[in-house]
Write a protein of this length. Structure first.
Length: 811
C-alpha cells in the first residue's frame, strides 16, 4: 500500500469516528471532498464499520437505518460468514427466530465455501475454528481428510465442487450443554416440522411440546438424551444467558484450536476478557474495567461459556423454587450418565464421563470470598509457555501451557492442578543438551509458585490474600494502557517478573511495587551501557546507529573470533569475526546494534550468574581458599540466545544443598543433580572482585530493595584471571537455575523485601534509577527529551565504551 493510500484510509477512519451518525447530506463539504464526493463509498465504509463491530440495528449509522431490520441482519450474516467470523449469537432472536439461520447452517456454508476454494484450514480464526469443531465436528484432521477424499476423485472434483456436500455433516454433532442454558424452539415451516416430528420418540415429543408450550425454559428441565436429540434434529437452539452480576471463572482450555488471530474487534474482546476475568469480578465490573459497552461484554462472555472456555458461577434458578439447585444438577447428572453409558455401548464413542461431570461440578467448586483482596501477580513471557509445551515434560502439562499462552492467565484457583502436573516433571539423568533448559524452567517455576503461595504470611504484604495469579505479558500488552493499569491496580498488591523477560513483552513503566524491568529501556542495549558506565567496568562495547555503514572492524576486536551482537528488539547472538562486517551492516539497515568484545571462543573464559541482593556468606570455601560455583563456558554459548545462556550457575552450600519445594526444603533428587554444570573454582581474589562489582552496582543502580541476577564474565588467559566484568543484569526471579532461583527466594524472606516499608523504598529507588538512566540516554539519543516512557529512543551517534569510560566512537 502506498503512503498516499494509507493516509487516505486513515482520513476515512477519522471521518467515520467523527461523523458516524451523520447522513451524507449533513456531511461538511471538506469531508465529502476527502471521500471524492462518492456517496456510495461513504455508505460502504459505514456498513463495513457497523458489520465489523457487530452494532445492533438500533445503534447502526443513520444512513444504514434506511434499510429494514431484517435486511440489516442479513447483510451482517453475509459479512461475518464471508470474513470467517463467529456466528453473532447476541442477535439470535432476530437471526435464528426471524431469519431462520441456525449456527450449524452458518458454519456449514462457511466451511463449504473455503473447501470449495481449496483454502487451508489455518485460514479459520481461532474462535471460529473452535465453534466449527464444536458444531460440525470438523477440526484440522477432519478437514484434511475431507479434502483428500474429494481431491482423489480428480476430474469429478475439478468440474463438480458440489460433491463436497456429500462429505459434510447433515446435522450438528454431540455437544456439551450446561444445565443453566436456556432452550428455545426453532421456528420452521409446519410441513417440515411435521416431517421431523413423526420421527420423534414419545419422550422427545413430550420434550419439544414442553418448549413450544412454555417458551424458553432451562435446559435441565428436559432429560439430557432427549434434549440433545431434538437439538441435533434442528428443533431447538440454546441461549447462554449472562447477567450483570454474574461471576465467571476460566478453567484450563480444552478444545482450543491455535490457528490465527484476525484483526477482529469481537475476537479481540474475547481475548481481552479471558486475560482480564477473574472469579471475583462481576460482568458489570469487567465492563467498566475494559470500558466496553456492557451488552457487548455480556455477549462475549456468553460466547466464551458456549465454547466451554469459561464457566458461570450459577445461582439458584429463579423460576424453579420447589427444588434446590443441587437436586436439579444431580437429576441432570443422572441423565448425562445414562446417555453416555448408552452412547458408549451403542456407538462405541469414547467420551469421558468424568470430563462431563466436571461441567456441572466446576461452577460449585468456587465460593465468593466476600471483600476482594489483592494478590501477587507473577508475570512471564511466551518463551516460558514454549518451554512447557516442548520436551514432553509431563503428560498433562501441555493443556496448561496452551491456557497460559492463549488465555494469557492462570488464576490462583487453578494453580493446584498446574502444580500437580509440574510435580511430575523429573529432570533426566542424562544431559539432553538443549532440552535441559525445559526441565530447569519447569522445576524452577514450580518451586517459585510454591514459594510465593506458601510464604504469604512471612511476606507481610498489606491487603493481600496470599493468592498468586500468572499472567502472560504479551496478553497484558494487548490491552490499552488504561485498562491494563486499572486491572493491575485493582487486583494486585505486587507484581513479579521472571528473569530475564523478553524486551518486547514487558511494558509497565513507572508501576509501583513491580519487581521486573521498570522500563522497556532496561531490556535494551542502553541499559548495558549504563550499567558499565555506572560501575566503570564492563566488556569493550560499541553501539552503532541505525543506517551507519561500517567500512572496517573496530581495532579493539583483535584476535576475538566471536563477537556478541545485540539488536534493538532481539536477543544477543554471536558472530564470527570473519563475517561480522557483513552481518553488522545488514543489521544496521533496520535498527541500531551493539557489538561486544566478549571472547566466546576462549575455552578459559567463563560466564556465571550472581543473584542480588548479594550475600557472600552464601558461598562456601574450600581448603585451598577457592569457592565452588557452577561454570558456563563461554564457548558453549556461541549461538545461544539469552534463554539458552541461562543455566545453573552456582553449587549449593553444604548446609543448603537442597531444593526449595513449597516452602519446605528437601534433598534434591539424583536427576536434579545430574543437570548441574561442572564445577569451576573462584579464588578469594575473584570473590573480592565479584563483591566489589555487586556492591557498586547496588549503590549506583539503587538495588538495595530489588532482586534479580547479574551475569558476570571471568576473563582468563593462560590460566590466570585477567578480569571479572559484568555483562548483563536482569530484574525479577530467575527460572533458568535452581540455585539462583532459590537464593533469590531466600533473600526475599531474609530481608523482608515485601513488607510495607521495603515496598515503598523499592518503588522510590526504581524511580530514582529510571530518572538517572533516562538522563543518561538523553545525552546520546536522537530525541532531546523522552516524552513517551514506552518508546526506546535510538542513539544519535556511535558510542564506544573502552572498559572504563564512554566516549564517541571514531571511525
Amino acid at each position: 500500500m502506498s503512503a498516499s493510500s494509507s493516509s487516505s484510509s486513515s482520513q476515512q477512519l477519522e471521518i467515520i469516528n467523527e461523523f458516524i451518525n451523520c447522513s451524507w447530506d449533513d456531511l461538511p463539504v471538506d469531508v465529502k471532498e476527502v471521500l471524492g464526493g462518492n456517496k456510495n463509498l461513504f455508505d460502504r465504509i459505514l456498513k463495513d464499520y457497523a458489520m465489523e463491530r457487530q452494532l445492533p440495528y438500533e445503534q447502526a449509522p443513520v444512513s444504514l437505518l434506511l434499510m429494514n431490520k431484517k435486511d440489516y441482519y442479513l447483510e451482517m450474516v453475509e459479512y461475518l460468514r464471508n470474513n470467517l467470523r463467529l456466528f453473532p449469537y447476541q442477535f439470535s432472536d432476530v437471526i435464528i427466530n426471524e431469519l431462520g439461520m441456525l449456527p450449524f447452517t452458518f458454519y456449514s456454508e462457511m466451511v463449504y465455501t473455503i473447501m470449495k476454494n481449496e483454502k487451508s484450514y489455518d485460514i479459520l480464526p481461532n474462535f471460529t475454528a473452535a465453534d466449527v469443531n464444536r458444531l460440525l465436528g470438523i477440526g484440522r484432521n477432519q478437514y484434511i481428510d475431507i479434502m483428500n477424499k474429494v481431491r482423489s476423485k480428480k476430474w469429478t472434483w475439478r468440474f463438480n465442487k458440489g460433491i463436497l456436500k456429500e462429505q459434510l455433516p447433515v446435522q450438528p454433532v454431540d455437544t456439551k450443554i450446561d444445565y443453566w442454558w436456556i432452550v428455545d424452539v426453532f421456528p420452521m415451516p409446519q410441513q417440515e416440522f411435521l416431517k421431523i416430528y413423526n420421527t420423534l420418540t414419545t419422550e422427545e415429543a413430550i420434550a419439544i411440546a414442553m418448549v413450544k408450550n412454555e417458551g424458553k425454559i432451562l435446559a435441565c428441565r428436559i432429560p439430557y438424551p432427549e434434549l440433545l436429540s431434538i437439538y441435533r434434529k434442528g428443533l431447538v437452539h440454546f441461549h447462554v444467558p449472562i447477567n450483570s452480576d454474574d461471576y465467571i471463572v476460566i478453567p484450563p482450555l480444552k478444545g482450543f484450536i491455535m490457528n490465527r488471530t484476525p484483526n477482529d474487534h469481537f475476537e479481540k474482546l474475547l481475548y481481552d476478557i479471558l486475560v482480564t476475568l477473574d472469579e471475583r469480578t462481576t460482568v458489570s465490573q469487567l465492563s467498566k474495567i475494559l470500558q466496553v459497552d456492557e451488552n457487548m461484554v455480556k455477549s462475549a462472555v456468553s460466547v466464551c461459556c458456549r465454547l466451554g472456555f469459561a464457566k458461570k458461577k450459577v445461582q439458584k434458578p429463579k423460576n424453579m423454587t420447589d427444588t434446590s439447585e443441587d437436586q436439579y444438577k444431580n437429576s441432570w447428572q443422572l441423565s448425562i450418565d445414562e446417555y453416555h453409558d448408552e452412547m458408549m455401548s451403542n456407538e462405541g464413542k469414547n467420551m469421558s464421563r468424568s470430563e462431563n461431570n466436571s461441567l456441572l461440578e466446576f461452577t460449585s467448586s468456587f465460593e465468593n470470598k466476600g471483600e476482594k483482596m489483592k494478590r501477587i501477580c507473577f508475570l512471564f513471557d511466551s518463551s516460558l509457555t514454549a518451554y512447557l509445551m516442548m520436551g514432553n515434560l509431563a503428560e498433562g502439562l501441555k493443556n496448561h501451557a496452551v491456557t497460559l499462552f492463549e488465555v494469557g492467565k492462570m488464576p490462583d484457583e487453578l494453580l493446584d492442578d498446574f502444580l500437580k502436573e509440574l510435580d511430575k516433571v523429573v529432570c533426566p539423568t542424562d544431559n539432553e543438551g538443549e532440552a535441559i533448559k525445559y526441565y530447569t524452567h519447569a522445576i524452577a517455576l514450580r518451586n517459585t509458585l510454591r514459594f510465593l503461595r506458601q510464604n504469604s504470611k512471612e511476606f507481610g504484604i498489606v491487603g493481600s490474600d496470599g493468592g498468586v495469579d500468572m499472567i502472560r505479558c504479551e496478553s497484558l500488552n494487548n490491552l490499552d494502557n488504561g485498562t491494563k493499569m486499572r486491572i493491575l491496580d485493582m487486583n494486585y498488591a505486587i507484581l513479579i517478573a521472571t528473569a530475564p523477560i523478553a524486551s518486547r513483552a514487558i511494558n509497565l513503566p513507572n508501576l509501583p511495587n513491580f519487581y521486573g524491568p521498570p522500563l522497556p529501556h532496561v531490556s535494551s542495549p542502553w541499559f548495558k551501557l549504563y550499567m558499565y558506565v555506572s560501575c566503570e567496568l564492563g566488556p569493550s562495547t560499541v553501539l552503532f546507529c541505525r543506517g551507519q555503514r561500517i567500512r572496517k572492524l573496530p581495532g579493539m576486536i583483535g584476535t576475538n573470533e566471536k563477537i556478541m551482537i545485540s539488536g534493538w528488539e532481539q536477543e544477543p547472538y554471536a558472530v564470527h569475526s570473519r563475517i561480522l562486517l557483513q552481518v553488522l551492516n545488514e543489521a544496521l539497515m533496520t535498527s541500531p546494534n551493539m557489538i561486544q568484545m566478549i571472547d566466546e571462543n576462549s575455552s578459559e573464559n567463563q560466564t556465571f550468574d550472581v543473584p542480588f541482593p548479594f550475600e557472600r556468606c552464601n558461598y562456601h570455601h574450600h581448603d585451598n581458599g577457592s569457592t565452588s560455583t557452577q561454570k558456563r563456558h563461554a564457548a558453549s554459548e556461541n549461538s545461544s540466545t539469552d534463554s539458552q545462556r541461562e543455566k545453573p550457575a552456582f553449587a549449593l552450600d553444604d548446609s543448603q544443598e537442597e531444593v526449595l519445594d513449597g516452602g519446605v526444603l528437601k534433598p534434591p533428587s539424583e536427576t536434579v543433580e545430574a543437570a548441574v554444570d561442572e564445577i569451576v573454582d573462584l579464588t578469594e581474589e575473584d570473590w573480592d572482585a565479584v563483591e566489589k562489582i555487586m556492591n557498586k552496582l547496588t549503590e549506583k543502580l539503587h538495588l538495595e530493595c530489588s532482586f534479580g541476577c547479574v551475569k558476570l564474565l571471568k576473563i582468563v588467559k593462560n590460566g590466570v584471571t585477567q578480569a571479572i566484568v559484568p555483562t548483563d543484569l536482569h530484574f525479577g526471579i530467575p527460572l533458568s537455575s535452581y540455585d539462583i532461583n532459590k537464593k533469590v527466594c531466600d533473600v526475599v524472606i531474609k530481608r523482608s523485601l515485601f513488607n510495607e516499608e521495603n515496598l515503598k523504598r523499592h518503588t522510590q529507588h526504581m524511580k530514582q534509577m529510571c530518572d538517572e538512566f533516562l538522563n543518561f540516554i538523553q545525552n546520546y539519543s536522537e530525541d532531546s527529551c523522552i516524552s513517551d516512557p514506552s518508546q526506546v529512543p535510538y542513539p544519535s551517534k556511535a558510542i564506544y565504551f573502552n572498559g572504563k569510560q564512554i566516549s564517541p566512537y571514531r571511525f
